[in-house]
Design a protein around this ligand. Structure first.
Ligand code: 2NF
Length: 250
């Protein structure tokens, strides 16, 4: 007998990336075997299963950090002190920079960030399948969706693990150079550990040919400075940091 099932709910966001599981597995093997073989053995089969288990058969609007804990425990990968690079509204430039500076790491240069970057996923409580039709949009449907909660959780750990001088690439060509609602502004800044982070170094980059030249003294960057001051973390800021500026020219 075929049981009638309600159709999967129609959300406002894009559905799960086609072949999500295979992509996650492939990226896990690529990262552990080719990108960073020095990391030692990681069980990609187990990691892939823990990833999908975190959200399958669950309400995609009630995702929690706990859902992702088993996955987090399988993918522990601290970054060396002084080598963490955060970014906000500057994804491409930050990643161009770590491609040149192979000793520095954005979240997407660590295993979990590498596996998940650019993908979309969600499940459905009435089914053990992924929902390939639609997933909750974080602005229009719900903020605690499986996708956003994942990024909040991994971003939080990435910031908690950071030590020494930590860096951030910010976009000086938009009004909210520092955006308090972004992952960097909401999650990462508040999860830096003052007892092991000596300083946050911001690099505020302007688009080539843009007229603005001093965003370090803008009010949004000053907000960031004040938040860090309250958290006893030293802040320094440089406009158009040379080594990144060069990358904007190619
Ligand atoms: O997709 C990623 N690789 C990703 C997503 C979210 C956060 C990476 N992160 C980590 C990185 F490590 C960076 O240090 O956080 C930092 C960047 O996040 P941000 O929010 O500060 O920077 P944006 O340029 O504003 O956003 C990055 C992407 O995430 C989306 C946003 O639309 C953009 O595509 N995003 C931001 N917040 C949410 C949210 N709550 C979100 N998507 C879903 N839910």
């Amino acid at each position: 007998i075929l049981m009638w099932r309600p159709p999967p709910k129609q959300w406002k966001g894009e559905g799960t990336t086609a072949h999500l599981y295979e992509i996650l597995l492939g990226r896990c093997y690529t990262y552990t075997q080719i990108v960073r073989p020095e990391l030692g053995h990681k069980d990609c089969q187990k990691i892939g299963k823990a990833f999908t288990k975190a959200f399958l058969s669950k309400d995609p609007c009630s995702s929690t950090e706990q859902d992702y804990q088993p996955l987090m425990e399988l993918t522990d990968e601290p970054v060396p002190c002084d080598k963490t690079l955060f970014w906000s509204k500057s994804s491409e430039l930050a990643h161009d920079y770590t491609r040149v500076r192979q000793d520095m790491f954005t979240l997407e240069d660590t295993l979990l960030g590498y596996m998940a970057d650019g993908l979309k996923w969600c499940g459905d409580p009435g089914s053990s399948e992924m929902n390939y039709h639609s997933c909750p949009d974080w602005r229009e449907d719900c903020s605690n969706n499986s996708f956003s909660v994942f990024w909040n959780t991994v971003s939080k750990r990435f910031a908690e693990d950071a030590c020494g001088v930590v860096h951030v690439v910010l976009n000086g060509s938009i009004r909210n150079t520092f955006d308090e609602r972004s992952t960097f502004g909401r999650v990462e800044v508040f999860n830096l550990r003052p007892e092991k982070v000596n300083r946050l170094q911001a690099w505020v980059m302007h688009d080539l040919g843009s007229v603005h030249s001093d965003s370090c003294s803008s009010s949004s960057v000053n907000d960031l400075k004040q938040i860090l001051k309250r958290r006893s973390i030293t802040f320094s800021c440089q406009n158009n940091y040379g080594p990144i500026r060069l990358l904007q020219c190619v």
